[in-house]
Ligand binder design. Structure first.
Ligand code: AHG
Ligand code: MN
Ligand code: MN
Length: 326
């Protein structure tokens, strides 16, 4: 049965919004609400650290590479620590996977939820003061509470997410999420220290004229559908927009209509973007807003991950544009 869409006025705080919607989660009301609050709290802390990033010595590399081979930035690690700390202290989450950690973290508590995190998305933009983000997915644990977690608890399909979303740290910072009942956007009001509802029931246009991809990779893309699509965009004088922070590119296209593409390339034959830390969360958001996300063959949400660092091609955004690549 379709749940009723949220009907609250612009300006209500995240806290009030969560409370008003608790009726949708009769089995896990308090814990799930608290988990969303924990995520909002970590987002505020990371937002604060990012705001002063140019003033103190927290920019630049730490000298390591993460599991995906990217150089880890100091702020990547800082965001990772802040989110994991907030979620561990809350007690609702029993296990965490993060783009920045090689394997899962078992918090050894009786929490019901699993969280997957890209703590800081768009790292290459940190040093140049361009928007970055955090991406999160929430699942229920599968194995019995109070037993050790197993990989099975984490390798769930995106379809099994009970909530997902992102934080965009930009000119103003926003928290956008879905619990499977539409998509709502909250803007951070720093003087109040609160996220307030600014974009209720976000709907993605069925069509759009923005395409977002790293076109510098064109010669290392072999998929003819992608090449044909790029030509289609050019023939129709689409607007090319690519920030290089997935959250920021996704958010713009969600609000304005458009498509984000990261196909398989010579360097990343299975695509670069991580299913469990990036694509699944945004795919749930886009589907809930009326858009679509595929890997060119199937819906992102139906892919069975085979490892926590599983990668896949990603085509995401306005339905009619994504359909051209399916
Ligand atoms: P992250 O900073 O979490 O490693 O993610 C980077 C991702 C994504 O944000 C972005 O859209 C994409 O990588 C950019 O890749 P290219 O530099 O290859 O275009
Ligand atoms: Mn990322
Ligand atoms: Mn990241």
């Amino acid at each position: 049965m379709e749940k009723s869409r949220i009907d609250l006025p612009i300006g209500v705080t995240l806290d009030r919004f969560i409370k008003s919607n608790e009726k949708d989660y009769p089995t896990a009301v308090g814990a799930f609400s608290q988990l969303l609050r924990d995520i909002a709290l970590a987002a505020k802390v990371v937002n604060r650290e990012l705001n002063k990033a140019g003033l103190v010595d927290i920019m630049g590399n730490v000298g390591n590479a993460n599991a995906g081979g990217d150089e880890q930035q100091k702020l990547d690690m800082l965001a990772n620590t802040r989110f994991i700390r907030a979620l561990s202290k809350g007690g609702e989450v029993c296990g965490i996977i993060s783009e920045e950690n090689d394997s899962f973290v078992d918090l050894e508590n009786d929490g019901k939820y699993i969280v997957a995190l890209d703590p800081l998305d768009g790292s290459s933009n940190i040093d140049v003061n361009v928007s970055v983000g955090t991406i999160f997915s929430i699942y229920k644990r599968i194995t019995a509470i109070n037993s050790p977690l197993t990989l099975e608890d984490f390798l769930q399909k995106g379809r099994d997410q009970i909530a997902s979303g992102y934080i965009l740290y930009g000119p103003s910072s926003m928290l956008v999420f879905t619990t499977g009942n539409g998509v709502n956007g909250f803007t951070y009001e720093p003087s109040l220290g609160e996220f307030v509802l600014s974009n209720p029931n976000i709907q993605c246009h069925e069509d759009g004229t923005i395409y977002s991809m790293n076109e510098g990779l064109s010669n290392s893309i072999s998929d003819s559908k992608v090449k044909a699509f790029i030509n289609y965009c050019k023939d129709n004088e689409f607007t090319a927009r690519y920030i290089g922070s997935l959250v920021a590119d996704f958010h713009r296209n969600l609000l304005k209509g458009g498509i984000y593409l990261y196909p398989a390339t010579t360097k990343y034959p299975n695509g670069k973007l991580r299913l469990m830390f990036e694509s699944n969360a945004l795919a749930f958001v886009i589907e809930q807003s009326g858009g679509k996300a595929t890997d060119g063959n199937m819906d992102i949400l139906d892919i069975q991950p085979t490892s926590i660092h599983h990668t896949a091609a990603l085509y995401i955004g306005s339905k009619n544009l994504v359909n051209r690549l399916s």
